[in-house]
Structure formats: structure tokens, C-alpha cells
Design a protein around this ligand. Structure first.
Ligand SMILES: Nc1ncnc2c1ncn2[C@@H]1O[C@H](COP(=O)(O)OP(=O)(O)O)[C@@H](O)[C@H]1O
Ligand SMILES: [Mg+2]
Length: 305
């Protein structure tokens, strides 16, 4: 009986994605209550171990985004405390969060990613790493936080002087074309969504402003491109040993409609989970309502130790 299970929804925290996590957590808590669970919403701070020890939930639903919640840290704590949790474990989370590291694993698994290099902020500011257009991004953030696209003719520095994401950045060749995303649950892909952004690119505002972007699902694509995106997302999930839900982000240069022009940008081990976020929307499209999705995630929650 769901009613006898006590689920702590871990949310908030202190990453740059705190607000996004509060939205995810509130929505998941509501869906879990609808599904009949006893739910406590927990805003994560440095006293989280004491809070959880006192609360003693049956399962932790991880609704955190960004460092601490998405990079293996909270997962390690929950393993040590013996509290089963949703989503990926320590290693998959840590590797997925480190974009250059994840790209090395993806390359070994034969998954196409945009060409890129890790550079110092200094060298990147000096220019000349790649001819524009190119993309500069933090090694380990999400929600497009800190992502800059340098277009042809731009001469302003791609990284602001108050850049707060470390001494190094990932510089990638810009892939023109369309933005696609594929959610995976239990090793199976849901479907492909195309995101049409009303801003210059799929930046933080396009992601979270009402009407900032339009989702088309299933994406209108040639069958072989859809099949390739679904296959790449499940392979990316498996290559890192991910668990529960993940979401893989792609760019597709559709000038020639070739499978070889589909590129994996990254995998998210803690994708956004409000009712209108990409993954719950794809699950609903496949007939799995939000309360059912979160229930199934709770059922397969576990510890690694
Ligand atoms: N190499 C690239 N070519 C074109 N657009 C890119 C590239 N890398 C990132 N972007 C754009 O920036 C967005 C955020 O980048 P992503 O790598 O997914 O990081 P985040 O973890 O911040 O979501 C993407 O959804 C895409 O719109
Ligand atoms: Mg992304």
C-alpha cells in the first residue's frame, strides 16, 4: 500500500538551480500524494543528515538539480545512511555531471557528441580556440546556466568577468539546427520531443518562462532520425549505468537529414520534473500519468551499499 510508505522529497539545496528544484520538488510531492504516499518536503541544507535521521523516511525522492544533488554527493550520503533513493547512484551521477568526462564515456560507447575541448577561462577569453560559431559552457552546471553561444561576428568576450564556475570551461563547436530531447525510464526511451525556443537559444529563460519554448511531441522527424535519437538516449543511459529516469539532450543539423548529423549534448540524471517538464510530458504521451511515473520511481528506489 502506497499509504504506508513515507517519502521524503529532497528539494531546493543551494545550487544555481535551487528555484528549478523547488518547482520540481513541489510538483513531484503533489503527484506522490495523489498516488497515495505519505510525503514530507525537505529543503536540503548542510544539516540534511540530521534532518533525515530524525525523519527516517522509507524512501528519498531526489528532486534536486545541480551540484550536491545531481553529482553523487547526496547519493553518497543516502548510501551511507541506508536510505533508498530514486534516480542514479554515485558514479553515474558524478560522471554525467562532468560534461567532458561524460563525453569520453560516450565516445567509447560510439555516441556522437559535438567536437570540444577543455580550456582555461583565460585562453577562451583570448579567442581563437575555434572559429565562431562555438559554444562555451561550465564543466558541471545545468539549466543552461553559464552557457554562451559565440556567433560569427561577435567580438565580445564569451565569459563574463564575474564567471563563477571555475577556472576551466568546455568549448564546443556549435551544431546548427534543431533541439531534441529524449527521456529514458527503466532503460527504455519514451519518445523524442523537439523544443522550439522563443529566445536566441534554449537558455534558462526559454526553459522556465511561461511560453518561453514550445514542445512538439513526438517530434516531426524522418523515422531513422527518431530511431537513432531513441537508441542514442538508451545507450547513453546504459553507458554511464544510470538508473530511474534520465533525459538526453541533442542537436540535429537537419540540412541533409542524415543520421550522422545528430549529436548528443549531454545526459541529465536529474531532469526537470514538473507536470509540464519534458520527461513527465513524454511519459504522459506514452500513457503513464505523472502520479504513476513518480510511484514507479519510488518502487524502484534503492541504495547502492
Ligand atoms: N555544441 C552546441 N551546439 C549548439 N547548441 C548548443 C551546444 N551546446 C549547448 N547548446 C545549447 O545550449 C543548451 C544547454 O546546453 P547543454 O549542454 O544541454 O547544458 P545544460 O546542462 O546547461 O542544459 C542546449 O540545450 C543548446 O540549446
Ligand atoms: Mg541540457
Amino acid at each position: 500500500m502506497n499509504g504506508t510508505k513515507h517519502v521524503a522529497v529532497l528539494m531546493g539545496g543551494w545550487s544555481a538551480e535551487r528555484e528549478v528544484s523547488l518547482s520540481t520538488g513541489t510538483a513531484c510531492a503533489q503527484a506522490l500524494r495523489t498516488a497515495g504516499f505519505r510525503v514530507t518536503e525537505v529543503d536540503v541544507d548542510r544539516k540534511i543528515a540530521e534532518t533525515l535521521a530524525a525523519l527516517a523516511p522509507d524512501v528519498c525522492f531526489n528532486a534536486l538539480h545541480g551540484p550536491i544533488g545531481e553529482d553523487g554527493n547526496i547519493q553518497g550520503l543516502l548510501n551511507i545512511m541506508g536510505l533508498p533513493y530514486t534516480h542514479s547512484g554515485v558514479q553515474a551521477s558524478a560522471v554525467a555531471m562532468d560534461k567532458p568526462m561524460a563525453k569520453q564515456v560516450f565516445a567509447k560507447a560510439g555516441l556522437r557528441c559535438p567536437e570540444g575541448v577543455v580550456c582555461s577561462v583565460e585562453d577562451t577569453l583570448a579567442g581563437g580556440v575555434y572559429e565562431a560559431p562555438y559554444v562555451v559552457k561550465p564543466l558541471n552546471q545545468g539549466s543552461s546556466v553559464g552557457v554562451h553561444i559565440v556567433r560569427q561576428g561577435d567580438n565580445h568576450p564569451p565569459v563574463a568577468s564575474n564567471w563563477g564556475f571555475g577556472d576551466q570551461v568546455l568549448v564546443e563547436k556549435y551544431i546548427p539546427g534543431r533541439e531534441l530531447s529524449v527521456g529514458v525510464f527503466d532503460g527504455e526511451a519514451f519518445c523524442v520531443t523537439e523544443i522550439i525556443s522563443k529566445h536566441g537559444f534554449y537558455d534558462y529563460n526559454a526553459k522556465y518562462e511561461d511560453g518561453g519554448s514550445i514542445h512538439v511531441l513526438p517530434a516531426e522527424l524522418p523515422d531513422e532520425i527518431t530511431a537513432e535519437a531513441l537508441s542514442m538516449a538508451t545507450r547513453a543511459h546504459a553507458s554511464l549505468g544510470c538508473r530511474g529516469v534520465t533525459r538526453s539532450d541533442f542537436r540535429f543539423d537537419d540540412t541533409e537529414k542524415r543520421v550522422g548529423d545528430l549529436y548528443l549534448l549531454e545526459i541529465n540524471t536529474q531532469p526537470g520534473m514538473t507536470a509540464t517538464s519534458l520527461v513527465p510530458e513524454q511519459a504522459a504521451f506514452r500513457g503513464m500519468a505523472f502520479p504513476e511515473l513518480v510511484s514507479r520511481m519510488v518502487e524502484e528506489a534503492r541504495c547502492e551499499l
